[in-house]
Design a protein around this ligand. Structure first.
Ligand code: ATP
Ligand code: MG
Length: 359
């Protein structure tokens, strides 16, 4: 690996979140838990994709700014260490915007529009026919968010796998068109064969799709069905009580594949207890949903308690969060600029030396 692929010999990963709200338990199980584990062994870049939030929150730019800071506060609460990782704002990295434009040429229009995650978002977010040109463009932009850092892995939830597939296609095409990598080359050989981009893989978390408390959609910050990591203990209990299963009585055999039992398996740590609850519930052995919900809420509160403690230090201290982001942007720009320099050299876009204020 060359020095721009890895700092101190550590493989690089990149992932992030859109500031369309605060972080919820889906983020924890789908991606952030994995990030907290990987920060010791990997060179980690975490992007706050604020430009992408403009696709659906154009008229609420103050909220995007507020949530960008809130998400970083959530990261810190969840145990991401800003000394070990680089947390940065998408809008402060000019190389990402430049790469987006070039990468848009590498993807057939219809290929972008076929992306099932975009289709689902258009449907569940009620975007109808009125979405902006920027909305599908964000899927292209995401390929640039990732490839600007040339990571080997991307820890994400299941819904992001189609986006990552687009990213892999862009990386392959760039390497083939501009770096002479053979079209039959194996993905893992691209760097060795002179490709600028390693072909990154999706690293899906322990639970790739946590359902929301509505029991229908995935837990999502924009769908009003989320338990947020910043919720207090009472709020968690209130929300867990709302989980809808449709079961009528404690003696009715229950479906252990319902949303409540996904939470049981995800958050109750004692495996023997999980098994016991599953058996009783499946039989309808006098076990009410209300009781199961109490145990689930207690388990979630146990998970969130240390996060609440860590968050306290940053509550009302946007200045501290902004300092972390600024330092992160400086580091991120160095890497993204180095990538862009190589991209431009390969794509015949160098006419004189480039100078960017961050570097
Ligand atoms: P939005 O509603 O604005 O799309 P979101 O809740 O889907 O927000 P994102 O910012 O789109 O959150 O996703 C950030 C990361 O968290 C992605 O890796 C995504 O796959 C993961 N993630 C989001 N929701 C879940 C979930 N319910 N289960 C597992 N992973 C999730
Ligand atoms: Mg999403």
């Amino acid at each position: 690996m060359s020095s721009i692929d890895a700092i101190a010999g550590k493989p690089r990963i990149l992932t992030g979140d859109t500031p369309t709200g605060q972080l919820h338990l889906g983020h924890w199980v789908g991606s952030v838990k994995r990030r907290v584990e990987l920060q010791h062994s990997h060179d980690c870049y975490f992007i706050i994709a604020n430009m992408h939030a403009y696709t659906t929150r154009l008229a609420k730019s103050e909220d995007i700014r507020r949530d960008s800071i809130a998400i970083v506060r959530d990261y810190l609460a969840m145990g991401i260490d800003p000394e070990k990782t680089t947390i940065f704002l998408q809008s402060e990295i000019p190389a990402i915007a430049e790469l987006t434009f070039l990468f848009a040429m590498l993807l057939p229009f219809n290929r972008v529009m076929r992306n099932p995650t975009l289709k689902t978002e258009i449907e569940v977010k009620g975007l109808g026919e009125s979405y902006s040109f920027g909305f599908p463009l964000y899927a292209v932009g995401q390929t640039a968010d990732i490839l600007a850092f040339r990571p080997v892995g991307v820890p994400v939830g299941e819904d992001q796998v189609p986006h990552l597939e687009l990213t892999r296609e862009v990386a392959r095409r760039f390497n083939q068109i501009f770096c002479g990598v053979d079209e039959h080359a194996e993905d893992e050989d691209h760097s060795k064969l002179g490709g600028v981009f390693p072909i990154p893989h999706a690293d899906v978390g322990v639970v790739g799709r946590l359902a929301g408390i509505d029991g229908i959609n995935k837990m999502s910050k924009s769908l009003n069905n989320a338990i947020f990591v910043a919720d207090d203990a009472k709020e968690v209990e209130k929300k867990v009580k709302k989980i809808f299963t449709g079961r009528q009585s404690p003696t009715e055999p229950g479906d252990i594949n319902n949303v409540l039992f996904q939470y049981v398996r995800t958050f109750i740590k004692d495996e023997a207890r999980v098994k016991e609850l599953e058996e009783k519930y499946a039989k309808g052995d006098n076990i009410g949903d209300g009781h199961v919900k109490l145990e689930v809420a207690a388990a979630i509160n146990e998970l969130l308690a240390p996060m609440r403690e860590r968050r306290a230090k940053y509550e009302g201290r946007d200045d501290l969060v902004l300092e972390i982001l600024k330092a992160g942007c400086e580091r991120a720009n160095k890497v993204a600029e180095a990538t862009l320099e190589r991209v431009k050299a390969h794509a015949n876009l160098v006419h004189w030396p480039r100078h960017v204020r961050y570097v």
